[in-house]
Design a binder for this molecule. Structure first.
Ligand SMILES: Cc1cc2nc3c(=O)[nH]c(=O)nc-3n(C[C@H](O)[C@H](O)[C@H](O)COP(=O)(O)O)c2cc1C
Length: 369
């Protein structure tokens, strides 16, 4: 693998060659067409505008109706959704870009108002997240509401979720996505299995570190068997703090992440993507150990700027850096790095939901000059 240490140099990831190492982070923008949570022409325009990223990672896509936790998030489990995503992917490819599909099961971060009639959220254990999600209130209006207490997944339930990941990965590849990224970060289902605070199972999916990692590896194995390990990446967020979806992933975070890194490396997946949170300092030596154990590409994300991103590449501790908020307001972010241009600031009020405002109306540099 090429380890040339410049943000603007190409990088090989799985079977792909990314034009640069400035990636767009996965970002939920909650602008799908209703009913049906279907990606739209506006969504295609938004991703197409950002196609100069080395790789775009899509917003989280619920893999089934029961995997959903937020209103208006575009799924990847109906034909209409797949067709919508195909238009998004085509727009990105027509503009010279590459795009990964982030496959998402929210687990316990959900509310019955966004789930099929009569269904409750599913999780490793029936422990309610002391967190809110964007769903519907008793009047049926969109609102931040308390997450429901989830049901603990049965053995059959676990096998069914693994199959949902496989089906979603196949549909994503059929729609043209270049890679799939498993959402294993930020307090959602996969991470709920990893952390002892959310996984109190006494079967082969709970208890020891190996048991808690089992579900993640089963999903990876099944998805890799379906689409090829070289097309699979995973996002992890060791030390994810309780402020993020009530996920306290600190106990054995280092041990289980390194265990996974070695197991994922043996499977030959394309990349490992670290979602870092403000105020979380990794223990010294952790990044170097991760590099040592994992042979694929390492992406990092969370609060990076051009200089800090460049620095971590030079240190050899990451191969590419994903940018979230900077990409919202700067659709041509790599070009801005080339010219050392000042960055526009995004408007937090338009992050989730709404129309073209705060979505596709941030201009590119060329149209500013
Ligand atoms: C509006 C918004 C939506 C997000 N949605 C997702 C998501 O769907 N999946 C995910 O893994 N992370 C999501 N994140 C987290 C980002 O991928 C990223 O980790 C975070 O913004 C920190 O990077 P930054 O400092 O460059 O913005 C979201 C962040 C924002 C701001």
């Amino acid at each position: 693998m090429s380890r040339t240490k410049n943000l603007l140099n190409p990088l090989n990831v799985g079977p792909l060659t990314l034009a640069n190492r400035v990636l767009m982070a996965p970002m939920t923008r909650s602008r799908s067409a209703q009913p049906g949570d279907v990606p739209t022409a506006l969504n295609a325009q938004y991703y197409g505008q950002r196609a100069s990223a080395g790789l775009l990672i899509s917003e989280g896509m619920p893999i089934s109706p029961g995997a959903k936790g937020y209103a208006y998030t575009p799924g990847i489990y109906t034909e209409a959704q797949q067709l919508g995503w195909k238009k998004v992917v085509d727009e990105v490819h027509d503009n010279g870009g590459l795009i990964a599909a982030q496959l998402w099961h929210v687990g316990r971060i959900s509310h019955h108002s966004v789930l099929p009639q009569g269904q409750l959220p599913l999780a490793p254990s029936a422990i309610r997240a002391k967190a809110k999600t964007f769903a519907f209130d008793l009047q049926g209006s969109p609102a931040m509401v308390d997450c429901d207490t989830p049901l603990a997944l049965s053995d059959d339930g676990i096998a069914a979720v693994v199959q949902e990941f496989v089906q979603a990965a196949l549909w994503a590849r059929e729609a043209g996505f270049d890679l799939v990224e498993l959402q294993g970060a930020n307090g959602f289902l996969l991470e709920q299995f990893l952390s002892v605070t959310t996984n109190q199972r006494t079967d082969r999916y709970g208890g020891s570190l190996e048991n808690r990692a089992r579900f993640v590896l089963e999903v990876v194995d099944a998805v890799a068997a379906a689409v090829g390990a070289e097309r699979v990446g995973i996002r992890l967020s060791p030390w994810c703090p309780p402020s993020v979806n009530d996920m306290d992933f600190s106990i054995e975070a280092q041990e289980i992440t390194l265990y996974l890194a070695e197991a994922l490396s043996a499977r030959g997946i394309a990349y490992l993507h670290l979602s870092e949170w403000p105020g979380v300092q990794y223990p010294s030596g952790f990044r170097a150990q991760l590099r040592e154990l994992f042979n694929g590409a390492i992406f990092v994300c969370g609060g990076y700027q051009q200089t800090s991103a460049q620095d971590i590449l030079v240190q050899g501790l990451a191969d590419a850096v994903a940018f979230g908020k900077p990409f919202i307001a700067n659709p041509d972010l790599p070009q801005r790095f080339v010219c050392n241009a000042e960055l526009a600031q995004p408007d937090g009020n338009t992050f989730y939901g709404g129309d073209a405002r705060g979505y596709t109306d941030y201009p590119a540099l060329a149209s500013l000059s």
